[in-house]
Design a protein around this ligand. Structure first.
Ligand code: PLP
Length: 461
């Protein structure tokens, strides 16, 4: 048996500090341990006594030291750590954030379904009827009527033959792409696609190529060059992009899908229940035939007040996923009370289209007001996602902190999540925000940013 002999912990506290300092000065570039010797296989029997401590002691691993270095960045910038804040929701769009009452712009509760009394009642009824868990895979333990009702309602909402619901949106992307595509296939994805699609694509073994964000003519070129040398091709895009709030060129992609005979998948995490007159998403927004997209993917955790994801599409596709997708077959079914939440949210969406009008109006108000105050809102086009570009991580952190002190909770997106010049505050609007909250917030952003830049804001300072 190959016994790995422990090496004495040769890294002193001083060496560790020096390493951390070095990592910090390198920013987020992957931490490379000075003792990493990739030319020597770590498992080699003869070299067992030389196995570096970072290979078997996690707190010494390059990955963990890299994380610590990244966490240190907030401290170095002199700002509060911006993640894992403690939030207690209050009324409307307000919450207690780390002990302070704030208007909050960091939740995806786009049309106020989470916390809605009708949704709460549906959840409680489902708990009484089904208990809290599905307790096993639906394939083996059997269906609950509520699962089928939800899937039927999703398919009807989207105008597809069928739909399948998974336990999370993330899992939906990973298992669907990872399972459907294979070596010999090609996945062409937007450069800003969500991590779940990337991970699914890697898992699939298919070739992956990225096209510049929302650039259909670059996609056309890539298809022209590569389509013929692959078996199946899947184009993956999103409805509304979560970092910039812009809308995908769906008609352009549909045209290419037909021209090159490919599959098309659209992740509607931020467009279902958001775009379109009745919240049917980007397809309704552009008035396209629902059959022109092969895989409509979405999440239930945002506009639809629950948790989980779905794929909606043709009967044969959904039948195949239901019987073979590993993340469905080998995983527990969605908790029935959560299925009940999203089922009720779909019913409310049908009954109360005014929520969408309100969301669309408040999002436009924020954007117009921000532009009028001279703020750089990047690519945002009136969706509920509005970035305010700061283009400097330190200033962005300071700005978020200054706003927090004024009772406004907004997430700074700073290096290393984005390049320093792309750092921004990212505002998520919901139908629960009021006009007063929006105008007060935009004015506060303009004023605080002006102060940080040493430029007084006309009419405010
Ligand atoms: C575009 C996109 N796809 C998928 C997901 C994953 O969805 P969920 O958080 O519901 O698992 C997210 C989450 O934010 C997302 O933004």
């Amino acid at each position: 048996m190959n016994v790995i002999k422990p090496t004495p912990p040769s890294t002193t506290a001083e060496e560790k500090r020096a390493l951390l300092k070095k990592l910090l000065s390198e920013g987020t570039s992957q931490a490379r341990s000075p003792r990493l010797r990739v030319d020597q296989p770590a498992t080699s029997r003869s070299a067992a006594h030389e196995i570096p401590v970072e290979y078997y002691q996690f707190d010494q691993s390059a990955e963990y030291l890299n994380l610590r270095a990244q966490k240190q960045v907030a401290d170095d910038l002199g700002i509060e750590y911006p993640f894992f804040k403690m939030i207690e929701p209050l009324k409307g769009a307000t919450a207690i954030v780390n002990g302070r009452e704030c208007v909050t712009y960091s939740s995806y509760n786009y049309i106020g379904m989470s916390g809605d009394p009708r949704v709460n009642r549906a959840v409680n009824d489902a708990v009484d009827r089904y208990g809290s868990s599905a307790s096993a895979s639906r394939m083996v333990a059997g269906e609950r009527p509520i699962h089928k009702e939800l899937e039927r309602a999703l398919a009807d909402h989207l105008g597809t033959e069928d739909a399948i619901a998974f336990v999370t949106g993330y899992l939906t992307g990973v298992t669907t792409i990872g399972h459907l595509m294979k070596a010999g296939d090609l996945i062409l994805h937007d450069s800003l696609i969500h991590n779940c699609s990337l991970v699914g694509a890697k898992l699939s073994g298919a070739r992956m190529l990225s096209f510049p964000h929302n650039d259909v003519s670059a996609l056309d070129d890539l298809l022209g060059e590569h389509r013929a040398s692959h078996r199946r091709v899947l184009i993956v895009a999103e409805g509304v992009y979560s970092m910039d709030g812009d809308i995908a060129d769906l008609p352009g992609m549909i045209e290419l899908k037909h021209k090159y005979k490919t599959y098309l998948m659209v992740d509607e995490a931020h467009s279902i229940g958001v775009l379109g007159r009745s919240g049917r998403g980007i397809g309704e927004h552009f008035g396209v035939d629902p059959r022109s997209v092969d895989l409509w993917m979405g999440t239930l955790s945002k506009a639809l007040g629950g948790c989980g994801g779905y794929i909606a599409g043709s009967g044969p596709l959904i039948d195949y996923l239901r019987h073979t997708a590993p993340g469905f077959v080998y995983s527990v079914g969605m908790p029935p009370p959560i299925a009940a939440a999203s089922l009720e949210a779909l019913a409310i969406l049908r009954d109360e289209p005014s929520r969408l009008e309100r969301l669309q109006a408040i999002s436009s108000l924020f954007l117009e007001r921000a532009r009028a105050r001279g703020l750089d809102t990047g690519l945002s086009r009136g969706t509920p996602i509005v970035p305010v570009m700061v283009r400097d991580s330190r200033r962005c952190g300071f700005l978020a902190q200054a706003l927090y002190k004024r009772g406004i909770n907004v997430q700074p997106i700073i290096f290393p999540a984005v390049e320093d010049h792309a750092s921004r505050l990212r505002f998520f609007l919901t139908s629960l925000h009021t006009e007063t909250q929006v105008t007060t917030t935009v004015d506060a952003v303009a004023q605080e940013l002006g102060r940080i830049l040493g430029r007084p804001t006309p009419g405010l300072d």
